[in-house]
Write a protein that binds this ligand. Structure first.
Ligand SMILES: C[S@@+](CC[C@H](N)C(=O)[O-])C[C@H]1O[C@@H](n2cnc3c(N)ncnc32)[C@H](O)[C@@H]1O
Length: 317
């Protein structure tokens, strides 16, 4: 077996995905696949990676090589189980430690938003380990279908809500609702202010009015129904395992943040470019009129020679 010709591989439960060098012959590939199946009884299917993760949905292409003809994986990590189609959804077993680490930072009973959630590995590991209430937002319909199945498989229906759709549209809906609630509240306040001012001595009555206002504010914090799910307006934690695309989606994250919200933001860059990623986060915070403190910067895996997945954790002050 010419292992030096194997450019890389991932094992996702019952499926092994092999990446070969271009010049490798079909016969050689089959030999390697046979050896792998013999050595690892848990692997039932060997696929060849024929196209890298690309596009907005971050889908890869694979070709069946040997074993059971399926693209559906059943994979376990962090005491959780995940089912997904390896071509129709994004999944990386290399991020299992990231999921564990983030889950360990999340407090029980907090509200967590996972943007770009895929088949919900972050959402499920976080909910399982922290018992937080997790909202899992993903644009790929197929991934959301598996996410729902995975929530059921892990018995987390009370802790994880799947929100299918573009995160920008989801955020717009949440903000539109909170704005309309605030407008309603203001007109009610104005009405009460006028009524009470006319009816009574100003000082004492105004005290009563301000109590009513804070009752209203609590009601607003209840949230908004997005595609049948009650979603909060603000989150304690926002996890952003972003696709490798231009948009930072930081504006959306800031708009759902409040004092002390912690954001786990992923980006992709060379080591020497990390300061410019930090600068971008600070600039976006300023644009959104938020102050932040960077808590941690971590290289979370090499994605190409000298290019890294970087995680920057920051707190909204
Ligand atoms: C790098 S993958 C991460 C998936 C998942 N968090 C994981 O670790 O397996 C990025 C995901 O973002 C989704 N995505 C891309 N643009 C999106 C958008 N505008 N709104 C919501 N999800 C989006 C893609 O479909 C993809 O599943």
């Amino acid at each position: 077996m010419k292992i030096e010709n194997l450019k890389g591989f991932d094992i996702v439960g019952n499926i092994a995905i092999l990446k070969f060098s271009r010049n490798m012959k079909g016969k050689e590939k089959k030999k390697i696949a046979e050896k792998l199946l013999k050595k690892n009884p848990t692997i039932k299917t060997v696929l060849e990676k024929t196209g890298k993760f690309k596009g907005r949905l971050r889908k890869q292409q694979t070709k069946h090589l040997l074993g059971i003809k399926t693209k559906e994986a059943l994979y376990r990590e962090n005491e959780c189980v995940f089912r997904f189609n390896v071509d129709k959804t994004y999944f990386s077993p290399r991020l299992s430690n990231e999921r564990k680490e983030i889950a360990s930072k999340i407090k029980k009973s907090s509200k967590v938003l996972v943007m770009f959630a895929g088949v919900a590995p972050y959402s499920i590991v976080i909910a399982k380990k922290s018992k937080a209430k997790v909202y899992s937002a993903e644009i790929n319909k197929e991934a959301s279908k598996y996410a729902k199945l995975n929530v059921e498989l892990n018995k987390l229906k009370d802790n994880v809500q799947i929100i299918q759709g573009d995160i920008r549209k989801t955020v717009k809906k949440i903000l539109a609702h909170s704005r309309s609630q605030i407008n309603k509240k203001i007109s009610k306040q104005n009405y009460l202010l006028n009524k009470n001012y006319v009816e009574s001595r100003a000082g004492r009555r105004l005290g009563v009015i301000s109590n009513r206002v804070s009752d209203n504010e609590r009601a607003i914090k209840g949230g908004v129904i997005v595609r049948g799910t009650l979603v909060p307006h603000e989150f304690d934690f926002i996890v952003m395992p972003r696709p490798q695309l231009k948009e930072s989606f930081l504006k959306e994250a800031f708009s759902l943040s409040k004092k002390n919200t912690v954001v786990f933001y992923y980006d992709f860059c060379k080591e020497e470019e990390i300061p410019s990623v930090k600068k971008k986060i600070n600039e976006e915070a300023k644009k959104s009129k938020k102050k932040i403190k960077i808590l941690n910067v971590k290289k979370a895996g090499e994605i190409a020679p000298y290019k890294f997945r970087v995680r920057i954790d920051f707190k909204v002050l």
